[in-house]
Design a binder for this molecule. Sequence first.
Ligand code: BG6
Length: 465
Amino acid sequence: MKISAHSDAVVFFGATGDLAYKMIFPALQGLVRARRLTVPIIGVAQPRWSDAQLRARARESISEHGGADAADFAKLARLLRYVYGDYNDPATFQRLRQALGAARKPLYYLAIPPALFPMVISRLKSIPATAAGRIVLEKPFGRDLRSARALNRLLLSEFSEPNIYRIDHYLGKEPVQNLMYFRFSNWVLEPLWNRDCVKSVQITMAEDFGVKGRGKVYEEMGAIRDVVQNHMLQVLACLAMEAPKASGSESLRNEKATILKAIQPLEKGDVVRGQFRGYREEPGVASDSRVETFAAVRLRMNIPRWKGVPFLIRAGKALAATCTEALVEFKSPARTAFGEKIFGRSDVNYLRFRLGPKVAIALGVRSKAPGEPMLGEHAELVAVDRHAGEMGPYERLLGDVMRGDPSLFAREDAVEAAWRVVDPILGDKVPLHEYRPGTWGPPRADKLATNFGGWHNPVVQGGIS
Ligand code: BG6
């Protein structure tokens, strides 16, 4: 793989914010610990803080998110600088330019609300090193197809596509990368991985908590913009794509983009939206909010491999469990060799990928039950991930940006293709159904899956699953 020059400074906007606190400081600490980050790190935000205040914030964040030994933290602290100021004030960027010193290839991370992107991007032009720098953005990339295109145009006015890194942290997760590795390294799967053998594919992203005080931000998004357009469609792409034709990052991204472009735009009848009871009482949420906290969608693809196979996605807050799982269910013949009657999903073959919080892969099979008759029982061949302390997605992805490896980042055409899928049903076009917290969403969602054996509800209790 061709890797270009290493970033020689890290600048993150939104240094006093939530994302920096929860994700960026711990990721930076991980990179410093692994000796993969030795360049200056400049936090930028509006409050008039000092370097010492930023370091104190970093220390607090890191001790809350995994901790660090004193020597590692001291190394990080030595690299940290703070630049304060309004993002619309040229003086802020003047101070940033000074702080960057001789850096020629800075990495700019916009950990700020998307509404501020245009302002910051246009102000960055005043810094000569920017033209050769890299820019990292958090999803959502736009609010719909039109705004995503406008954002891409804005980014491309200052940065070239290879220097634009759109972070979707799901792509930095080990089990999501393993979806591709597992498929393309176990060729025994290939003859099965198509419309002849696959009955349906389901992905569930369930969270048993609400919006955790992010009501104001969530009101701008809803479940479709928050996780379906990005995380869920990326997982789907990993499950459905063709094997990359070459080893470079573009080959991988080409295949993902091809799949996303092949998905038919959603129609109203293929979508169910829900809102959990009590959402409207959350701080920052409108008392008559029509924003969905749950979405279920049924997708189809216009390509020979998957023609006619339903891809079902379900994602929501305040559901019965916290668990992300994909299930590929295989077709089964109407009768079995021993005349046994087979009912329900637990009695057919499937591959189940548990993507989090615990990680597992399971093959659903039938096996003979002890006794005289040729009767069987359902069993799962399960491989559970036991690796501890692996690199978190943000550490992995930030390290990749610094090395200039875009493989695990969403490319412009893929992002626009994903918006094209959800664009027709965004907003309040599809009815909203209330659901009780702690359930699997509105009962109405069952209808989407009725003809395909119903939804598979991940089982979270009891060890492996
Ligand atoms: C974020 C969403 O991108 O992903 C959140 O904005 C969601 O709403 C989170 O809770 C889930 O991430 P993970 O890694 O915990 O599955």
